[in-house]
Ligand binder design. Sequence first.
Ligand SMILES: [Zn+2]
Length: 862
Amino acid sequence: MSKSSDASSYQRELKSYINREYAQFRKQQISDVAYNFEVDISSRDHFSGVATIDFNLADSLSPVTLDFDEGTLLRVEVNGQPITTDYEKWFITIAAEHLSKGHNTIVIAYQRNYTNTGAGLYQFRDPETDKVYLYTQFEPYEANKFAPLFDQPDIKATFTMNVIAPLDWQVISATRESQITPISTTTKRWQFPTTKLIPSYIFSLHAGPFRIWEDNSGTIPLRLFARQEVAEFIEANIWFDITHKAFSFFNEYYSFPYPFEKYDQLLVPNFNFGAMENVGAITFSENRFISRGEKTKAENFYLAEVIAHEMAHQWFGDIVTMDWWNGLWLNESFATLMAFLAVEANPDFDDVWNEFLKLKNWAYYEDQLVTTHPIDVPVAHPGEVFSLIDGISYGKGASVLQQLRYLLGEKTFQNAVATYIEKHQYNNAQLSDFVAAMSQTANTDMTGWAHEWLKIPGVNTIEPQFNCSEGKLQTIKIIQYAPEAWQQLRTQKVQLALFNRSKSEMKLSSVIPVIYRGELTPVSIAANTPCPDFIYANFQNWGYVKLRFDERSLQSLQQSITEFKDDQLRASLWQDLWRMVDDMQFSLHDYVALVDSHISAETNETTLSSITFLLALAFDELEAMHKNTIFTETLNSIENLSWREFEHAPVTSSIRKLWFRAAISASFNPSRLTELANMLSANQGDELLQDQETRWLIIQQLSRYQFGDATKLIQHELVRDSSERGREAALIANAIRPEMAVKQQWMTALLDNSESLKLSDLTAVWKRLFPGIQQNMLQSNGAEILSALPEISRSRQGIFINKLADYVVPSACNTQNAASLQKLLDNPKGIDTRFIKAIKINLQTTQRCLAKSQLMLTSVSE
Ligand SMILES: [Zn+2]
């Protein structure tokens, strides 16, 4: 941006978010920022602080604004003089007359309430012990709910902090405390030394009577924190072991040793995301990373993956930071891919790329929604960032980087990454810097590649076409198709794999690496290659592309899916078939039938966890469809096969737990519900019933069908489990009952502006409030919800809308729902963009559901 001499043109809009133009202006205006925070968190009612902000000002022609959300100002001084300021509720304006060109110091004494949304400085009170825990979550634009500051990623600063906290608390921040001093009979003061240059969104403050585990066996001191109330479930040695191994990997991969001196990880309650990469003080969601029973293989993997993901960000994001939020994808795609590389290097884990497929499947799904967007997309203000936390920024971005690794070669890719970090350390960078590092290292201009993959949305399809004669393959070519909405063909390197069937096994006969481009790419083949029974055009999944199978291959696939010995390939095939369901090439009924006949031969636990996940989606969708024999039959099949696999699983295996959970969520016939109720009430018995989360799942399932006295069951279970997790699970179990009065209560809570309920409770409940079977109840509430969207958009914060949008917008599988969503889209005045995204998605999924439902009816009647 060029700097205007007309200062008045930079009048900041009175809005809750900073916009990009103003942020660019402020970046020119402000530099060399140092914050010093004195924060008092010893009161339960509110917190207070004194922020001293030193900075350099380019000229004193325009006012300076500091972002500060809904606080109370007690005193403001500029360069030693007390002043009065304009403060609405979003930012503080310091008039130009108080400022000087060059160095300035602003001191602001303030007070603010803790939040109940999980954004800013969040206060949690434990329902059993009444102990208080605090944590911060600042991305993308929530640090200004903690203190007045310049809350944008390209104004990097140093942070120094002193904190007054209750005597028995731990206080954790970006640096390790240098001193703790008692200052009264009830409080201590914690001093935190100055950080390196970092952006505001990854500074942090967490505090409370946490339990600590320490490990000083490596070069970087490690600590793990969790609430006392959940401490018994923490396996600190596992955390430390994964963390050490990930550090060894990254220090080497980035050729840049971890610079932040210490590494703390904390498990926190009611967290809105999986985890957050605060510098040296990473937060993780308790619900997602603490299991009260035996962990499944997928849960163990997820822990390792997310530990590595947040660690990858310490370099990619924290040391080199995007200059604005359109760069979020590079942070996230990169951390996502790097996490898989780090876990692959850890000998305790296998099936890494099979797990990666789950992410890729998410990307393919979102890339075919009407709401898909380029990976690199303009962002007008940080509120839009919530819409970008999706399958495109994480799954597709990571898949495209994975393709880049294969295209350039691992060594070149790694060197380019190291060059990029070295060059931009403690600074900001943008996409062109990343592309430049790749081009320079690969000695090829990568701008064309970046354009076709990062600037244009959509996924292509490829189809191998071949002919054979006398049992030998004669020719083979790859045909590429573009989706209707995005006519872009791409260049990509994939592997073509040819298989032949022999003695009940599909054997790999050859693998041919191919760079395909344009509509048609001929492939060279060796002489005397046998005519294949099956061709797979994206072997080992280096490509980001959908596949169309030739007739012979499709037949082989449907008849012999479990005859492929390669685990990753089989996992891909199950997913490819599922995508054919979404593309109306295969009915849901046929998919379930295929699972039913082949699943017993599937032995890979990672693949089974994907399939059970897909079955749960299918179950919910089927329940929402017509009530007709074929639908009930298909639901019965899911119920039966899940119970059958559960009953046949070896008693000590974690596959058994997987199938038990699948069986619970597929139970709807009275006989199965009775069985579940009996298992729950038996005092002795299956070890699986000792797992508190599993017990709650059963109760929620019984409640969903109003089976037995659900209310009594919930009360009874709450005596056994009065923890925060139990309280939340009971809330869901109550809300999932098919009773209009109960649903109405949650409607009121949604529309209630008093913010009396925690956001985490609303999210947990709304996610489950209208399961497939209860969509008729949603229909009668739908109009009321839809008409309330403008008001919710106006009065609620971004994080609130982001967490609830997908669940609040009705997705009932009927034409009336489609019509009312369409009507809203025709006139979306006053509705937040995140809601509009949800409306578009739910309209599309409603239409798809109707089409899938029709396909089932016609495919059966044929
Ligand atoms: Zn991330």
